[in-house]
Design a protein around this ligand. Structure first.
Ligand SMILES: Cc1cc2nc3c(=O)[nH]c(=O)nc-3n(C[C@H](O)[C@H](O)[C@H](O)COP(=O)(O)OP(=O)(O)OC[C@H]3O[C@@H](n4cnc5c(N)ncnc54)[C@H](O)[C@@H]3O)c2cc1C
Length: 306
C-alpha cells in the first residue's frame, strides 16, 4: 500500500512509499510532510507551509462484471473505480451516462430491449481498458526512484500511456455500428468529429458540433442528389443536413450546408457521395456510399422502433 500525502492547493500527489502503518505513527505536521517529500521525492525548491488538511488515501481498483440487471443500470463510479492517475473517472462516468441516456429515452418510446443491452456491450470494455491504463500509470507514480522523471514526463510531453483525451474511444464492431460499404474513411462506431466553416442557406456559419448538439439523430448527406425518401419524422428525432462543396447545385436549399473550406469532406474521408448517420450521443451509427434511404429507415426502425 502506498501513501500519498495530498497537497490541497496543488495538483499533484507524491508517493512516499510508506505503508499506512508507518504513516499512522508519524506526527501529522508540515515538518513531517516536508521531510518525507525531501527524502523520497527530492525536487529542490519545494517548501510546504500552512498544512490545512491531509489524509491517508487508498486507491480502490475494481469494476462490476455487468452494467445491467433488468431495469437496473450502473454508471460512473458505481460501475468502475480506479486510481485517479489519469484524471478520467468523471469523464468516463459522464460518457457512460450519455451513452445510456438516449437509449433509455428511446426505450421509453418503444425501442426494442436489445438497445439497452448495447450499453454494457459498448461501455464495459472501456472501463476494463481504463483500469489497466490507470493502474499502469499508478505503478509508475509509486516508484519513488522514478517519481521526478514521471512528473517531468507527464507535465512536459505526451507520455506512453493511454490516450487521456479519450477522443479515440470508439465502438466499432458494436451491434449499433453499421458500415454499408467502404465509401468513407470514417467508420461506424467512431466518434463523429467536428468540422468548422459550414455555411447555411441563410448565411449563418455553423460547425458540425452545432448541428449534432441535442438528443436527436443527425443524418449527413454528402452529395447534391436529393433522392432520399425518408418518412416524415419529428425534428427532435432526426435532423437531415445535405453537405455540398462550393458551387455544387442542390435541388432544395433547406438543410443544405456548404462546406466552404472542405473540412467536413476531408475529416469524414468523403470523395464521392455518402451518408453518415450520427447517434444522439455523437457516435456514428451508419455509413454508406449510396444515397439510399432504405438502410437508414431500417437502422432507425431496428434500433429505436420508429
Ligand atoms: C483524488 C481524486 C481525484 C480525481 N480527479 C479526477 C479528475 O481529475 N478527472 C476526472 O475525470 N475524475 C477524477 N476523479 C474521479 C471522479 O471524482 C469520480 O469518477 C466521479 O466523481 C464519480 O462520479 P459519480 O457520479 O459516478 O459518483 P459519485 O461522485 O461518488 O456520486 C455518487 C453520489 O451518490 C451518493 N449516494 C451514495 N449512496 C447513496 C444512496 N444510497 N442514496 C442516495 N445517494 C447516495 C453519494 O453521496 C454521491 O453524492 C478523481 C477522484 C479522486 C478520488
Amino acid at each position: 500500500m502506498t501513501l500519498y500525502p495530498m497537497v490541497r492547493d496543488g495538483n499533484w500527489w507524491f508517493s512516499t512509499g510508506l505503508t499506512p502503518d508507518e504513516y499512522q505513527v508519524l506526527p501529522s505536521t508540515v515538518e513531517t510532510l516536508q521531510r518525507l517529500f525531501d527524502e523520497r521525492v527530492g525536487i529542490p525548491g519545494v517548501h510546504f507551509s500552512n498544512l490545512t488538511w491531509h489524509s491517508l488515501w487508498r486507491a480502490n481498483i475494481r469494476m462490476v462484471d455487468r452494467y445491467r440487471n433488468g431495469r437496473i443500470f450502473l454508471v460512473g463510479d458505481a460501475a468502475h473505480v480506479h486510481s485517479p492517475a489519469e484524471g478520467e473517472g468523471m469523464q468516463t462516468g459522464i460518457q457512460d451516462a450519455y451513452n445510456l441516456g438516449w437509449e433509455i429515452a428511446s426505450a421509453l418510446r418503444g425501442a426494442p430491449d436489445m438497445l439497452l443491452d448495447t450499453y454494457e456491450d459498448e461501455r464495459l470494455p472501456i472501463a476494463r481498458q481504463l483500469l489497466e491504463s490507470t493502474s499502469a500509470r499508478s505503478q509508475a507514480f509509486m516508484r519513488p526512484s522514478s517519481i521526478t522523471q514521471t512528473v517531468t514526463n507527464v507535465t512536459t510531453s505526451k507520455d506512453a500511456f493511454a490516450d487521456t483525451t479519450q477522443l479515440s474511444i470508439h465502438y466499432r464492431g458494436s451491434t449499433l455500428a453499421c458500415d454499408l460499404d467502404e465509401a468513407t474513411i470514417i467508420r461506424a462506431g467512431d466518434r463523429a468529429p467536428d468540422a468548422p466553416g459550414l455555411h447555411a442557406s441563410n448565411g449563418m456559419q455553423v460547425r458540425l458540433f452545432d448541428v449534432f448538439r441535442g438528443t436527436h439523430f443527425t443524418l449527413l448527406v454528402f452529395g447534391c442528389q436529393l433522392t432520399l425518401q425518408l418518412p416524415d419524422v419529428p425534428n427532435d428525432f432526426l435532423r437531415i443536413y445535405t453537405i455540398v462543396r462550393p458551387g455544387e447545385r442542390i435541388a432544395a436549399s433547406d438543410g443544405a450546408l456548404i462546406d466552404t473550406s472542405g473540412h467536413a469532406h476531408h475529416t469524414y474521408g468523403i470523395t464521392n457521395e455518402a451518408l453518415i448517420l450520427v447517434r444522439p450521443d455523437g457516435y456514428i451509427g451508419l455509413t454508406g456510399g449510396s444515397l439510399d434511404s432504405d438502410p437508414i429507415i431500417d437502422y432507425l426502425r431496428g434500433t429505436t422502433g420508429r
